[in-house]
Design a binder for this molecule. Structure first.
Ligand SMILES: [Zn+2]
Ligand SMILES: [Zn+2]
Length: 220
């Protein structure tokens, strides 16, 4: 088996079957071992343990072993699309630091599909869903352009379904998430009612007892 220039993902311990517990090591093209991230009882910290894991495609702690050959673009794409987004960002960041031209894993933007080689350009949007029913992960991975496009101008949260709105205190159009649009509409309605009440008190238009002013009497 080829054990050079490979990134290896395995479950290193902790909660059984949970994506958060995946650990990573890397063996460079000269055969040097790097423990990128190891946690829990199954964490691999030596080259011997690494080779043992590779030889048996598992050990007493782990039976999930994924080998990504860093010379193989197909494998790199597999890594980018099949690993948890948080892990992808951490790994790309680690390799950015490591700075070896022969080992450059990248992320793939889930929106536009472009390859992202710089970890600083990887944005994670909070898209909560359970992982094996045990933990919560945030894993929509986006390039900074797509993240910026989908970001709510109001609360800065990422929300794909932002709509263009103009806030009363702002001349320019904003792209807002559903939650912020709702807040804005509530605020607008309240302002409208305050104006109406003033007008009704001062000028009698609309009439205090008209249908238009029904909200005033129904308000709690
Ligand atoms: Zn993108
Ligand atoms: Zn918002």
């Amino acid at each position: 088996m080829n054990t050079k220039n490979i990134l290896v993902q395995y479950d290193g311990g902790g909660y059984d079957g949970c994506i958060w517990e995946f650990n990573f090591f890397y063996i460079d093209k000269t055969g040097k071992f790097y423990d990128i991230f190891s946690s829990g009882v199954g964490g691999i910290t030596t080259k011997n343990a690494a080779l043992d894991l590779l030889q048996n495609m598992g050990n007493s702690f782990s039976n999930k072993v994924y080998i990504y050959n860093l010379d193989d673009k197909t494998k790199l794409k597999e890594f980018a699309t099949e690993c948890n987004a948080c892990n992808v960002r951490s790994i790309v960041a680690w390799f950015n630091q490591h700075n070896d031209p022969d080992a450059e894993p990248f992320a793939i933007c889930s929106e536009c599909g472009q390859e992202i080689t710089d970890a600083d350009d990887i944005c994670l949007a909070t898209d909560f869903h359970g992982c094996g029913g045990l933990a919560i992960t945030a894993d929509t991975l986006l390039c900074s352009d797509c993240y910026y496009l989908g970001q709510c101008d109001c609360c800065n949260e990422y929300d794909k379904t932002t709509t263009a709105r103009t806030r009363p205190d702002n001349q320019e159009e904003d792209y807002m998430c559903d939650g912020c649009v709702e807040d804005l509409e509530e605020q607008e309605e309240q302002e409208e009612q305050t104006d109406m009440a003033f007008s009704s008190f001062l000028t009698g238009d609309p009439d205090m007892f008209s249908n238009e002013m029904r909200w005033f009497w129904n308000a709690e």
